[in-house]
Write a protein that binds this ligand. Structure first.
Ligand code: GDP
Length: 536
């Protein structure tokens, strides 16, 4: 535990401590290399002495188990939500964005807890669906994005074509800070655009050690590399001349993205990315409460819950709430107020560890993530704060669901428990709960970003609310916000569409597929439909 004097010192320097934090997430499509990059970043930060052991041996594993494995094997500080490591003077918080089968509404919610994002693209694939959805959330929040084009060690697309795709598909101006020398698959190295130097590609087998940083000045590079160097210089200039000159203000305003090329599995370009994060990525800034007033970083402790993980073991509902610190100093053991319920919450069991070992967390600063166990009273979007003045941060938004299922009680005699459970799960954001007069109250529709949310909901209905449910999946794939309630009958009149109302009052228009949506729009050009957040 901290002594009184160190805690006082920590309080005095909360703004300085916040200034050292870089809190970000990687947004990507499964298999682009997020786990590999995460490990490589940690390697460069010298938290681990050897990378590669987690990958390639036992085949594919889930992200969560990768992280747990890393933690066990290397003794570094990881929870299922955040990885923290020091790099020079900086403290880097890398928040996990679960993908693969774990993709869910939580994945989007993580982005409410970061100050920047790294968009990781596979050089052969460019922008992919999950990346687009996650980017949509970044754009909505104005989060600055650094782009890392990965897997340059193997055949892929042209660098210029990949950059064009950023401009054309998502309106994000690429500002390359490195440019590949040699085609994908025949990588010689990269041009460091800002220094004009050639950084030689020296693959480190299996990422066993940190890649060396071998640089040549332009004249030496021209001699050593020849035509490929000249071509890289030309291409980089071309892009710079077409509005791609690096401008930190445009990055901060999230209208342009610095672009790096590399190969995470070979540890190439990873050092550059880490340096760039420290140099450019925004540090935590004051967060606005629901009253619109910013809570200064050195105000008393405040945080908001962005993820709640419920254990699947019915014997003990071991719920962990993950909260991002917004102001002040967190000290384990402090009693904080839940601004939503007004109730006190004891943080005696702050489970997360910032340091080398679990259970040694004493303090955390703005930008850090704390994991609170026995947090059964905490919900996603809740605000925690210490003392006065009180603060309440805005709740988290809902995102475009992609899976729908009608929930029915298995035991009709348990209608009351069923109703209570459905309300509760909807309020917590475990699933979105949709209803309509046509379907009636006894047949609510659960809507989710990922199917895993259904599993959690069904499990809790059975074990917590004693009302097992039967889920009948619906074939809808496309969803829009219905702007005008008077147009409800138009959508309901279609054979491949219907309108359902969410607990927050939003009317969602569901369509079997994009074709059904287009046909409806063609037949009713005045129909006002809007995209939902994370449409992609
Ligand atoms: P995730 O699903 O985004 O976490 O992706 P992984 O990190 O598990 O990587 C998916 C696959 O791509 C694995 O087989 C990695 O070894 C491979 N991979 C990752 N980065 C690179 C890279 O830079 N070059 C090549 N050739 N393969 C890579």
């Amino acid at each position: 535990m901290s002594t009184g004097s160190t805690v006082q010192a920590a309080h005095a320097d909360v703004v300085g401590e916040a200034g050292r934090r870089r809190t970000f997430a990687v947004i990507s499509h499964p298999d682009a290399g997020k786990s590999t990059l995460t490990e490589a970043l940690a390697l460069h930060a010298r938290v681990i002495s050897e990378a590669g052991a987690v990958h390639g041996k036992a085949g594919r594993r889930g992200v969560t188990s990768d992280w747990m494995e890393m933690e066990r094997a290397r003794g570094i500080s990881i929870t299922s939500a955040a990885l923290q490591f020091g790099y020079g003077d900086a403290v880097v918080n890398l928040l996990d964005t679960p993908g693969h089968a774990d993709f869910s509404e939580d994945t989007y919610r993580v982005l409410s807890a970061v100050d920047s994002a790294v968009m990781l693209l596979d050089a052969a694939k460019g922008l992919e669906p999950q990346t687009l959805k996650l980017f949509d959330v970044c754009r909505h929040r104005g989060i600055p994005v650094i782009t890392f084009i990965n897997k340059w060690d193997r055949p892929g697309r042209e660098a210029l074509e990949l950059c064009d795709e950023l401009t054309e598909r998502i309106g994000l101006q690429p500002m390359p800070l490195t440019w590949p020398v040699g085609q994908a698959g025949h990588l010689r190295g990269v041009l460091d655009v800002r220094t004009g130097q050639f950084v030689e590609y020296q693959p480190t087998a299996g990422g066993a050690t940190a890649a060396p940083d071998v640089r040549l000045d332009p004249a030496a590079a021209a001699e050593a590399v020849g035509a490929e160097w000249a071509r890289a210089c030309e291409e980089a200039e071309l892009l710079q001349a077409s509005d791609g000159e690096f401008d930190v203000d445009r990055f901060a305003a999230a209208s342009a993205t610095p672009v790096l090329f590399g190969a995470a599995v070979r540890n190439f370009g990873v050092r550059h990315l880490l340096d760039l994060l420290v140099e450019l990525a925004p540090q935590p800034t004051p967060r606005a409460g629901v009253d619109g007033a910013d809570r200064p970083l050195d105000a008393p402790f405040s945080a908001f819950v962005f993820k709640v993980q419920t254990g699947m073991d019915p014997a003990h509902r071991d719920q962990i709430a993950f909260a991002r610190v917004c102001s002040g100093v967190f000290e384990r053991g402090m009693v904080v107020t839940n601004a939503v319920s007004g109730k006190p919450f004891a943080t005696k069991y702050a489970h997360q560890v910032f340091g080398q070992q679990r259970s040694t967390l004493d303090t955390a600063f703005p930008g850090d993530v704390i994991g609170l166990v026995n947090a059964n009273a905490l919900r996603v979007g809740d605000t925690l704060h210490d003392g006065k003045p009180a603060v309440r941060f805005p709740g988290l938004p809902s995102f475009a669901p992609a899976h729908f299922a009608v929930a029915r009680p298995v035991d009709l005699g348990r209608a009351k428990q069923f109703r209570k459970g459905v309300e509760q799960l909807g309020a917590e954001g475990v699933v979105q709960v949709l209803r309509s007069d046509l379907r009636g109250d006894a047949a609510p529709v659960f809507a989710a970003v990922g199917p895993m949310q259904f599993e959690v909901a069904a499990h809790r209905m059975e074990h917590e609310f004693n009302s097992p449910v039967r889920l009948e999946h619906l074939a809808y794939r496309t969803v829009r916000l219905l702007a005008r309630p008077d147009q409800r009958t138009t959508v309901d009149g279609g054979t491949r569409s219907e309108v359902l109302t969410r607990l927050d009052g939003a009317d969602l228009a569901l369509f079997l597929d994009d074709m059904a949506l287009r046909l409806m729009q063609r037949a009713h050009p005045d129909l006002e439909l809007r995209p939902l957040l994370a449409e992609g």
